[in-house]
Design a protein around this ligand. Structure first.
Ligand code: C2E
Ligand code: MG
Ligand code: MG
Length: 760
């Protein structure tokens, strides 16, 4: 084929390719897209010029072709400057803002002008016909103007090549290829063009190079992804990962593994293919698992290892298998740490039992499961555990708690859930059938702890609450079980108590009393009732103030329904102080010598300075002390007897009359009587009338009265209900009497009219 036709065809294809590249470059979002597009566009005129030169046997057309070629070369140089600046921008660094010297552009313009005036001056080139392949071809005759043009273009190109050379050398290895390709292309093209110039070959084939380089440079600048770089980068990322990573081909042959993968399977680089078998030996089901993430364990006991395994199959766009990736992460240390942390946060460090929070959680889960078991909640409490720590040592106390925990563990069935609630209390959830009350009662009653030398009996109480509603809060269930223990009181033979509705009612009532007291006092719902005290002749000489709570909802409450509750929590002091004050107020209103006896609870001595308070009251109201009589019970003497004796002596000294209440109900009455600083002995008929032997009771009363007479103590019998009793007691020498025979306790106003009291 004619060289001209074939060259034209090739050049034409290249022009089309360059056009396509320019369009893609214009549309590209990359910053290099536009400069690359301009470069390819600039390459088109010189090629078109050459197509004209090759195919024309008309001189004028050839000259136009040469103009296209030379002016086009200036455009190429211009576009190459723009491209080189943009392409090397990254390599030169962000702060590098060198721009092309203006003189370069000026030189190119001047050069283009001098070429354009060539038809007039013929200083740059001429053309002359020659024969190539039997056809006329206008070959170039260069003059000085063209030499200047070529020197200028070569100079600029040389500078650009130099820039690329420096950038290629300076840039890191992984990035070199993208600059190297451009550099080699430009150098080859320059050499090819130079060869053409000096060889004086009539037909310029180097234009093919222009087209190819244009496409090549465009590809590397706009479309090319630096795979070598990416490969390096991904490999280094994979090497730093904690996971062992394996890549398999579609035939499941391992083709790549990172360092961890090699270590994990103890494999050398050359033995990659053995990895599949090795992995199967560790995870037998690795072949069958599907894509996704899985937790796997290997080994047992202390040798257990935990792995996170990820499998991902890779397919192409037609869903054909291209390979698969497996990543394995050994998180044994993390799992063990988590397990340890979980254990520590859910188990009590001393006993190893569950902590209260975790126990509640486990019980809640058990109760919300749909098994049909009837459950009991058991609250285990060690009475007076503080004493164990005090008497022995904290170490002994700790050991005692551990022994209780061991007992619970040993005697609980698998279905029980137990834990330590707080210091000396434990909690258990047990199916009703697993709670063998009599066996536990037996064990608990003889529960002793020992450290080998000392042995100590622990008083353990169990409060039990049956779970009737599984939705009830676990803490509420334990509160109820705890409450049940309060029902045991001081009964040494009972160790297990159940929570029931009575207890619930009792607790509710206690709460109401406790919460309502302050208001009851302020509103005078709690006030004294007076019960007359008579002398031998039946004449009213005084009264005992007895507390009554006229409750707006519950009606008249006797002291037995609130005094024990208030004594327990110390609020009794408020009641008593209120009663004393009311008694004083009443006494100031009376224009006579009648006295009022007030009761003093043993607890009062703990919470207030009784002596000072009472003294202050009588002086505040201006009452002679003997008119406010003071009733104490012998239990006052139970603790700090000496101090109490001193208190009573002080009151007597101040002129108060001390009455010993409920004499005969205690244990050491007679013994104490010798030393007790009291003025009146109140003998309670009711204690004596509870004995069957009436004669015996009579003898006891008679003797107590005689004894008190001998000790110079006045006697008062309370609980006198009949005239006969009154007469008999009077005969025995009793001087004062109180009881229903005379009157029941009554409101103050009623008493005042009953006793015919005049008020001032
Ligand atoms: P107490 O001081 O021994 O009071 C005598 C109790 O015997 C009173 O019961 C009274 O109503 C009752 N009583 C009097 N005569 C007879 C009788 O002939 N037959 C019978 N069966 N009972 C009779 P009350 O008022 O229920 O008081 C019970 C206890 O409550 C009192 O025993 C006292 O220990 C305590 N108490 C009452 N008021 C107060 C108070 O203001 N402060 C303190 N700390 N305790 C009080
Ligand atoms: Mg009394
Ligand atoms: Mg009494």
């Amino acid at each position: 084929m004619d060289i001209r036709i074939s060259l034209t065809a090739v050049l034409f294809c290249l022009v089309l390719a360059l056009c396509a590249c320019s369009v893609i470059g214009q549309r590209s979002k990359k910053s290099i897209g536009k400069p690359a597009s301009l470069l390819d566009l600039a390459l088109i005129p010189p090629i078109i010029g050459n197509i004209l030169i090759i195919n024309s046997d008309i001189k004028a057309v050839s000259v136009v072709g040469y103009f296209f070629h030379f002016i086009g070369m200036n455009l190429v140089v211009l576009a190459t400057i723009g491209f080189a600046m943009a392409y090397c921008k990254g390599a030169r660094g962000k702060d590098h803002t060198h721009s092309t010297p203006k003189v370069v552009y000026l030189a190119l313009i001047v050069d283009s002008v001098q070429l354009l005036i060539n038809p007039l001056t013929h200083h740059a080139f001429d053309v002359e016909p020659t024969m190539v392949g039997g056809k006329t071809y206008y070959v170039l005759i260069p003059h000085a103007g063209l030499t200047i043009h070529r020197i200028l273009d070569y100079l600029i190109l040389f500078c650009i090549i130099l820039i690329f050379l420096i950038v290629t050398i300076k840039t890191p290895k992984v990035n070199k290829e993208k600059y190297l390709v451009v550099l080699i292309s430009m150098v080859s093209l320059t050499l090819w063009e130079t060869y053409y110039i000096f060889s004086r070959t009539p037909i310029d084939r180097s234009m093919i190079g222009f087209g190819v380089v244009g496409v090549l440079v465009f590809y590397f600048a706009v479309l090319y992804k630096p795979l070598y770089f990416l490969n390096k980068m991904l490999s280094s990322i994979a090497a730093d990962l904690r996971q062992a990573i394996f890549v398999f081909d579609p035939d499941e042959r391992c083709i790549w593994a990172n360092e961890q993968g090699m270590k994990f399977t103890c494999t050398e680089e050359t033995e990659l293919e053995s990895i599949n078998e090795k992995l199967k030996a560790i995870f037998s089901d690795i072949d069958t698992i599907e894509d996704g993430e899985f937790s796997k364990t290997t080994g047992t006991g202390d040798n257990t290892r935990y792995y996170l395994l990820q499998k991902r199959t890779m397919t192409d766009s037609k869903e054909r298998l291209t390979g698969l990736m497996i990543s394995i992460y050994d998180n044994t240390a993390e799992q063990q740490r988590l397990k340890r942390e979980f254990y520590n946060s859910t188990h009590d460090s001393l006993t190893g039992l569950y902590t209260r929070e975790y126990l509640y959680e486990c019980i809640k889960t058990a109760l919300s499961s749909d098994n049909k078991l009837h459950y009991l909640i058991i609250f285990v409490d060690v009475k007076n555990f503080k004493i164990v720590n005090d008497i022995f040592s904290n170490e002994f106390g700790d050991m005692a708690l551990k022994q209780i925990a061991q007992y619970i563990v040993k005697n609980s069935t698998e279905r029980c859930i137990y834990g330590r609630l707080a210091g000396d209390t434990f909690g258990i959830l047990a199916p009703k059938g697993d709670f063998k009350k009599h066996l536990i009662e037996r064990d608990v009653s003889g529960f002793t702890v020992t450290d080998g030398t000392v042995e100590h009996h622990l008083l353990i109480h169990l409060g039990v609450c049956e779970v009737t509603d599984r939705d009830t809060d676990v803490s509420v269930l334990f509160d109820r079980a705890h409450l049940a223990i309060s029902a045991i009181n001081d009964d040494y033979n009972t160790h297990i108590a159940y929570y029931d509705n009575n207890l619930r009612e009792k607790v509710l009532q206690e709460q109401k009393i406790t919460a309502g007291l302050k208001n009851a006092i302020a509103q005078m719902h709690l006030r004294p009732f007076l019960q007359p005290i008579a002398d031998k002749d039946g004449k009213i000489v005084g009264a005992e103030a007895l507390a009554r709570w006229v409750h707006p909802e519950q009606g008249l409450l006797p002291p037995a329904s609130f005094i024990p509750i208030l004594e327990k929590n110390g609020q009794i002091v408020e009641v008593d102080k209120h009663m004393w004050r009311c008694a004083c107020e009443t006494l100031t209103r009376w224009d006579n010598d009648l006295f009022i006896s007030v009761n003093i609870s043993p607890k009062d001595f703990y919470f207030t300075d009784v002596v000072a308070d009472i003294k202050a009251l009588v002086s505040e109201y201006g009452i002679p002390p003997e008119r406010l009589r003071i009733e104490i019970t012998e239990t006052v003497m139970m603790n700090s007897a000496d101090e109490r004796m001193a208190n009573l002596a002080e009151l007597r000294e101040a002129g108060f009359i001390i009455e010993m209440d409920d004499f005969g109900s205690g244990y050491s009455s007679l013994n104490m009587l010798k030393e007790m600083p009291v003025d009146v002995l109140k003998i309670d008929m009711r204690f004596l009338s509870s004995t069957n032997d009436k004669e015996r009771a009579k003898t006891i009363v008679k003797n107590i009265i005689r004894l008190s007479e001998e000790l110079g103590i006045e006697s008062l019998t309370e609980g006198v209900e009949t005239q006969h009793q009154f007469e008999q007691l009077a005969l025995m020498g009793c001087s004062l009497f109180q009881g229903y025979y005379f009157a029941k306790p009554m409101p103050t106003e009623e008493f005042e009219s009953f006793a015919g009291i005049e008020k001032n």
